[in-house]
Design a protein around this ligand. Structure first.
Ligand SMILES: [Zn+2]
Length: 452
């Protein structure tokens, strides 16, 4: 045995107090309780919780620095207990819509990554459906498009005709098509109206991107997928009404899932907007009074998994006179696990179990990487996040992401990541990232079947 890691294990079959994980060649080869067998190295974490490493299903590592942005984002990942990132295709300067860009990003993972990475692909007006097959063969785990144009080159709007073509091509596969789900015409008109009235503070952000715009885009997307027989997945839903649409289509028997980002469950636009301003600007927006409803959706099983939607833009991007000119997105690699743990605890759930399911098991299955990732089980890779419970105030200056700003600055979490293991190797010790850039690997889809 190469290594034994001791602590309170959180497995798919429940907690094992005084448990241990045995690791050989980077994989979990034994799980037990009490006195462990001899090993070259034994790490005793006492009563700390040992969770499966987080599979963060939505990150934007490259939107600012381009492919080298993988280095700081993945250093931040391991500091947050995230051992696999599923990175979005909106790379700077050009999106991942063809095999040579997949190859370039795979090379960048091999050169820069501290954590393992799986990759989304996309389709643009330029590539249409022509590159889907080659990207699947190259190893993308999912595709994503947007119904709202954030950038004509990097992050274009894809209209319904191409969306339908994509669904028809993907119907025979297990790969989901994800959507940035906002109706472009509604948002543009409401933003113009607010600007004309001189209403340009954070309060105008959620009203100019109303829930109606999210719901309309979501419903239309599902209808196209239903007709084509494909798997549709809006990547951020921000309110119960939106998840209700997902549940309605899922009840029809089609492959419909929806994703939640942790900030929608933590922040409330009415309560936190004035204090945070553009620091809480994300798209779709954080809404007023939505938290209880979102929890009801989680508890009803209408949320597939929870992600960070980590954005790698520096804070300078937010310093604008008008909220409409401020950059959207927030850093989140190091706050996802402690924040969701805290929220689940305060809501009365078993927070460790809920984190293991919603942050690891479900996303691993969703992206078809659950033969290696997503649970503390014999045969899987030994990706572990060690959580120490307590009261810890989040300090943005201590982040490993090179950004050092966060809407969570000053918030108190009920746990902190005391250690992280990637395929059996210690990569975070609670204060420092221990592995070299290039230690992370590319993770390809391997298991068959769709999420449910
Ligand atoms: Zn995103």
């Amino acid at each position: 045995m190469d290594r034994i890691v001791k602590g309170c294990l959180v497995t798919p079959h429940g907690r094992i107090e005084g448990g241990w994980v045995g690791i050989e060649d980077g994989r979990i080869t034994a799980i037990g309780q009490g006195v462990p067998p001899a090993a070259a190295q034994t790490d005793d974490h006492g009563s700390a919780l040992i969770l499966p490493g987080v599979v963060d299903g939505q990150t934007h590592a490259t939107s600012y620095l381009g492919l080298p942005g993988i280095a700081p984002t993945t250093a931040s990942a391991v500091a947050g207990g995230v051992t696999t990132l599923v990175d979005m295709p909106y790379d700077n300067p050009l999106p991942l819509d063809r095999p040579d860009r997949f190859a370039a990003k795979a090379d960048a993972v091999a050169q820069h990554a501290h954590a393992d990475m799986a990759l989304y692909g996309t389709a643009t007006r330029e590539t249409g459906v022509a590159q889907l097959k080659a990207l699947i063969e190259a190893g993308v785990v999912a595709f994503k498009i947007s119904s709202f144009e954030s950038s004509p080159t990097r992050f274009p709007r894809i209209a319904e005709d191409l969306t339908l073509d994509l669904f028809e091509q993907l119907a025979a596969t297990d790969l989901p098509l994800g959507l940035h789900n906002e109706d472009q015409e509604i948002v543009h008109a409401r933003m113009a109206r607010a600007r004309a009235a001189g209403i340009e503070g954070i309060e105008a952000h959620s009203t100019s991107r109303p829930l109606a715009a999210e719901m309309a885009a979501t419903a239309q997307f599902f209808a196209l997928a239903q007709a084509a027989g494909a798997h549709a997945h809006p990547v951020h839903q921000t309110a119960r009404e939106s998840f209700d649409i997902t549940a309605m289509f899922a009840a029809s028997g089609m492959r419909a899932t929806g994703e939640l980002c942790v900030h929608y469950l933590w922040f409330d636009a009415a309560r936190d907007g004035e204090r945070l301003g553009a620091r809480m600007k994300v798209n779709p927006p954080i809404r007023p009074g939505a938290i209880d409803g979102i929890w009801a959706s989680v508890e009803a099983g209408h949320v597939a998994f929870v992600s960070s939607d980590h954005s790698s833009w520096p804070i300078d991007n937010k310093y604008t006179d008008s909220i409409f000119d401020a950059g959207a997105g927030v850093p989140g690699m190091e706050t996802l696990l402690p924040a969701f743990f805290t929220l689940a605890r305060d809501r009365g759930h078993d927070p460790a179990l809920m984190c293991a399911q919603m942050l690891s098991e479900h996303p691993a299955r969703f992206f078809g990487i659950d033969d290696r990732k997503g649970a503390i089980e014999i045969g899987r890779e030994a990706d572990l996040a060690v959580l120490e419970e307590g009261a810890f105030v989040w300090d943005e200056t201590r982040a490993q992401d090179g950004l050092n700003w966060s809407p969570f600055h000053g918030e108190t979490f009920g746990a902190r990541v005391a250690a992280t293991y990637l395929r059996g190797a210690p990569v975070w010790d609670g204060s420092e990232v221990l592995n070299a850039p290039g230690s992370g690997r590319l993770v390809k889809r391997a298991t068959a079947g769709w999420f449910a």
